[in-house]
Design a protein around this ligand. Structure first.
Ligand code: NAD
Length: 519
């Protein structure tokens, strides 16, 4: 049981390995079998540092999507009745397998996505933590019970799985985000159809293989590949009950609307513009390190990356030091030791980021650090952009309003903490925000008044650990419940409330009663 492409992907090019001249193909997973798609539409998976073709991914046909959903539906009939302990034990085996295979998967992930090897390991580790948390489902999925709500009547709730759930994931975390989804859905008793990013599905497929090795039964987890047609087929399929989406705002809004119109429960985690507010009393060196890491790590391709710095009062004088810090970062291929900033995922992404930088220059922002023209010896074809810093940015500029999703930090200055809070709250996105200060009073005011779902106090990327939930808000999210943690148990289950009365015997005390009782 192996997807050929995922087996070979840690090598530079699967053409060399296969010896056939053709790149290996990524398989679909339907009813426990890795199968070749019958589609005529394929896309190459390309190493962003070298442009080497790693494999080809199919854009599955609508009939194949239907097959995957039906296989999940059939498997649900037995999986939903599998004892919770058995489901938990699969997750226990799964977390051990992920840990064991992390170095191999990180190599594949770095090759197809571009991020550094340590960051690729972080990507897998953050997903692994969700699998670890899934092992606690016995207590997480417990219902409630109140004895004697009326004479001899008890009320209790069951948290029952929904049926077939689908997951649609972005390119930037090909390990963590699929692992946000299917382990929690499965352990709650659902079955799943995953649609990974078509840009980098190889590491995701390695994780899927390990899930089967851990004991996930046939049909319980299925995978289809593709783009809009596959996503739309999932959003409209009569047997799909819930959809988890993570990706851009435009696509997330489309998925939310289409899925909702077709009666599905949908959660969409979308784009962001995350601010870091810096007060002049903050620890200077710690803050500058945090900003540079959060703005330029993963080449800025994190939904929680710091993309806007708001320097308050005298903190505006820190700009030259921030630029100096950014200049120290080493740009290179992700698999090279000591790399801080790898390539962006594709040539198209690079072009988009460059055109946004050009727009910033035209709009009159000061380009305090220009990363457009970087040269990386040995990787001349790579999609590299160096850390880029814009100063004197205003809120009307496109570089402030648009998610750039590259190693670009825009810097604004304001006079007071109140001004900073008002500025952040006016921005439509609500994924994450950070405050840097040594003042407990300022921090307390900030956490209370800021209208953003995830707040970091002296923490640049405040992504909650899986005992909590990911709570992005406003323009960064559609749907009420976030991924992982207790919220996702609610998302992946239907609460059924049972009100029950048991009689000791058939002695009738009050006969027929036609009124609502006063308890
Ligand atoms: P994307 O929206 O382009 O793609 C996401 C998924 O949607 C992919 O599986 C893709 O195949 C599919 N898709 C693409 N176009 C589609 C269309 N027209 N119709 C239906 N489906 C389509 O996102 P991306 O570029 O892969 O990822 C980057 C984005 O994801 C950024 O905006 C980032 O902020 C966001 N993101 C958000 C979070 C979060 O938790 N809020 C986390 C990670 C990434």
């Amino acid at each position: 049981m192996s997807t050929i492409a995922s087996k070979e992907a840690s090598k530079e090019s699967s053409r060399d390995v296969a010896g056939s001249g053709a790149p290996a193909t990524v398989k679909l997973l339907i009813n426990g079998e890795f199968v070749e798609s019958k589609t005529a539409e394929w896309r190459e998976i390309v190493n962003p540092a070298t442009q080497a073709v790693l494999a080809r991914v199919p854009f599955a046909t609508v009939a194949e999507v239907d097959e995957a959903v039906r296989s999940a539906h059939a498997a649900f009939q037995t999986w939903k009745d599998t004892p919770v302990g058995a489901r938990m034990r699969i997750m226990l085996r799964y977390q051990a397998l992920i840990r064991e295979h992390m170095p191999r998967i990180a190599k594949t992930l770095s090759a197809e996505q571009g991020k550094t090897i340590p960051d690729a390991e972080g990507d897998i580790f953050r997903g692994l933590e969700v699998v670890e948390h899934a092992c606690s489902i016995g207590t997480l999925q417990q219902g409630e019970f109140v004895e004697n709500v009326a004479g001899g009547v008890d009320t209790y709730t069951l948290r029952q799985p929904l049926g077939v759930c689908a997951g649609i994931t972005p390119f930037n975390f090909p390990a963590m985000i699929p692992l946000w989804m299917f382990p929690m859905a499965l352990v709650c008793g659902n079955t799943f159809v995953l649609k990974p990013s078509e840009q980098d599905p190889l590491s995701t497929m390695q994780l899927v293989e390990l899930a089967l090795e851990a004991g996930v039964p046939k049909g319980v987890l299925n995978v289809v590949h593709g783009g809009k047609d596959v996503v739309d087929a999932l959003c409209t399929h009569e047997l799909v009950k819930a959809i988890s989406f993570v990706g851009s705002t435009a696509v997330g809004t489309h998925v939310y609307r289409l899925g909702s119109e077709h009666g599905k429960r949908v959660q969409s985690m979308m784009g962001a513009k995350n601010h870091a507010v810096v007060l002049p009393d903050a620890n200077r060196e710690q803050t500058l390190n945090a900003l540079a890491g959060a703005a330029f790590g993963a080449a800025g391709q994190r939904c929680m990356a710091t993309s806007v710095a708001v320097l308050v009062g005298a903190a505006r004088e820190w700009l030259p030091d921030l630029v100096a810090k950014a200049k120290t970062l080493k740009i290179n291929a992700g698999h090279e030791a000591g790399t801080d900033v790898g390539p962006v995922v594709s040539r198209a992404a690079k072009q988009r980021i460059l055109s946004l930088i050009d727009a910033g220059v035209k709009e009159g922002a000061t380009l305090a650090l220009d990363g457009r023209d970087v040269h990386v010896p040995g990787y001349e074809q790579g999609n590299f952009i160096g850390p880029t810093v814009f100063a004197d940015v205003t809120t009307e500029m496109e570089i402030y309003r648009t998610e750039i999703f590259g190693p670009v930090l825009v810097v604004l200055s304001v006079a007071t903490l109140d001004d900073a809070i008002a500025l952040v709250n006016r921005n439509p996105f609500g994924n994450g925000v950070g405050l840097f200060t040594q003042s407990g009073a300022a921090a307390r005011k900030f956490q209370s008044e800021i209208d953003i779902g995830q707040v970091g106090i002296n923490i640049p990327i405040p992504v909650p650990v899986p005992f909590f939930s990911f709570t992005g808000s406003r323009g960064s999210k559609l749907g009420d419940l976030g991924p992982y943690g207790k919220q996702v148990v609610q998302f992946y289950t239907q609460t059924k409330t049972v009100t029950a009365r048991w009689f000791d015997d058939d002695t009738v005390n009050d006969g027929v009663n036609t009124t609502i009782r006063l308890r």
